[in-house]
Design a protein around this ligand. Structure first.
Ligand code: SAH
Ligand code: F3S
Length: 460
């Protein structure tokens, strides 16, 4: 700690840190932890939207999952090289998956970069910044074992009533297109008792809604909690967390179809606290493509799971991920994916153009779908899905749903913004004192993807 104290005494104002977050919710959580640790060490954290122009330290929490995410970081690093010429004291650092993927190589390519910290080293960040400022040389800390999840009371959450709660990291699946097993390593679960304790602590702080996070959240397999004697599966963990008083809603992301079991559907169905949104990536409607992706299921098996889930949880909202233009995807395979969207009628889909990630198994396969074909297929998928999502949302109009009130509508102080228990935004008349509670709201109107509704009263 001595470095920070020296710095604090030398400076007449607190050093300012800007952190920009790319990628998934896990990164958002890590940014909240990093911000809390740095604030505790005496730094001032600039708000998320701040340009960073007045910052002494600029950090980027990076994502490797698609080329586009990496390109954004590279281009910002280019701009920041110029900024650093004007202000040589500026400290530039990277966190997150690009650090795990490229490691020290990035120091050679970007001499303007001062520090890199691996996903398992986050707690060392304040000390590392202190060292970089003192020694003025490039320093990296990238540990290769252990778990990257840090639970800390110091966390600087951006929302009062909602919290991210990572429960596992890494992935033991081997989807050939995906870099996550390389950047986040093998699956490691937090012990169930730690998860429970952290969820209870958050509830004690006024958090009413948590989102459990993991690259493969439903293959969670944690060490026992309290009186539980055997390892805790994901359905069991969900069941246990539902007992925490004060928690009104529990969401989770992201699931793999392999571990989306009837047992899990059954636990969701009987616990009204568990979110009615299920995100289950399909990736492709073609068995040949699914096989090359090593997704461990056929289209029929996936469709069967969705049917089962909808049968057991009638109001569930199902979203998915699709990759357009994977290696070997023919026009026929693309039509099979289009048909899958029509048949399964997802409520939403994230549709991505395939981008080769170096080091993944698919990097050895030809990237043989030309970019313009990827773009056209991507567009066709997007248009089809948009129509279906819109029809599905309209079908929910007139229903009375469970809504968690999050904030006052910035555009109208007489209105509240909330989230339905199937994770859609809804605006309804209400007052500030109703925030942080659950309401019954009748859905009356759909404007783009946002519902408007009428509150019928508190729910629980
Ligand atoms: N289970 C993970 C999924 C990882 S990435 C999680 O959410 O944490 C999220 C989505 O990005 C994947 O489901 C896939 O649709 C997409 N994706 C992953 N690698 C990709 C690649 N190389 N090109 C295009 N899309 C990709
Ligand atoms: Fe990636 Fe497949 Fe795991 S998409 S995160 S390797 S389940």
């Amino acid at each position: 700690m001595s470095e920070e104290i020296v710095i604090k005494n030398q400076e007449t104002r607190k050093l300012r840190v800007s952190i920009k977050t790319f990628g998934c919710q896990m990164n958002q959580y890590d940014t909240e932890v990093a911000s809390g640790l740095l604030q505790d060490a005496g730094y001032e954290i600039l708000p998320e939207g701040d340009s960073g122009a007045s910052a002494d330290i600029i950090l980027m929490n990076t994502c490797s999952v698609r080329e586009h995410a990496e390109d954004r970081v590279y281009s910002r690093l280019g701009i920041l090289a110029e900024t650093k010429k004007q202000n040589p004291d500026l400290v530039l650092g990277l966190l997150g998956c690009m650090v795990e993927e490229h490691r020290e190589k990035l120091f050679r390519r970007f001499p303007q970069l001062d520090l890199m910290i691996g996903t398992r080293n986050l707690v060392e960040l304040p000390a590392l910044i202190g060292r970089v400022r003192k020694e003025r040389r490039q320093i990296a800390r990238i540990k290769q074992d252990g778990i990257s999840i840090e639970y800390t009371e110091l966390i600087k959450r951006r929302t009062e009533h909602h919290a991210w709660l990572p429960i596992m990291t890494g992935c033991n699946k081997v989807c050939t297109f995906c870099i996550v097993p390389i950047t986040r390593g093998s699956e490691v679960s937090m012990p169930a008792r730690d998860v429970y304790r952290e969820a209870a602590r958050l509830a004690g702080e006024g958090v009413r809604w948590i989102t459990l996070l993991g690259q493969n959240v439903n293959s969670y397999n944690g060490a026992p909690a309290g009186e539980l004697s055997s390892n805790v599966s994901f359905p069991k963990l969900l069941d246990t967390l539902c007992e925490i008083e004060g928690l009104f809603q529990i969401s989770f992301t992201t699931s793999h179809p392999h571990d989306a079991t009837p047992k899990l559907f059954e636990v969701i169905a009987r616990n009204p606290k568990i979110s009615r949104r299920f995100h289950l990536p399909l990736q492709s409607g073609s068995d040949a493509v699914l096989k090359r992706m090593k997704r461990l299921h056929t289209y029929e098996e996936y469709a069967g799971k969705i049917e089962r889930m909808r049968g057991m949880i009638p109001d569930v909202l199902v979203t998915t991920d699709i990759i357009a233009g994977f290696s070997g995807e023919t026009e026929e395979s693309h039509r099979e994916t289009m048909k899958a969207l029509e048949d399964l009628r997802f409520d939403g889909a994230y549709i991505y153009k395939y981008s080769v990630r170096a080091g993944t198994p698919a990097a050895k396969l030809p990237d043989d779908v030309p970019l313009e074909v990827k773009e056209r297929r991507n567009q066709e998928l997007l248009e089809t899905q948009k129509r279906i999502s819109d029809e599905n949302y309209r079908a929910r109009l007139g229903r009375t749903v469970i809504v968690f009130a999050e904030s006052v509508n910035a555009r109208n102080p007489d209105e509240l913004v909330g989230r339905t228990n199937f994770d859609k935004k809804v605006i309804f008349r209400g007052s500030r004192d109703q925030i942080g509670a659950i309401h019954r709201v009748e859905l009356t109107e759909l404007i783009h993807e946002t519902f408007k509704g009428v509150a019928l009263g508190p729910s629980r």
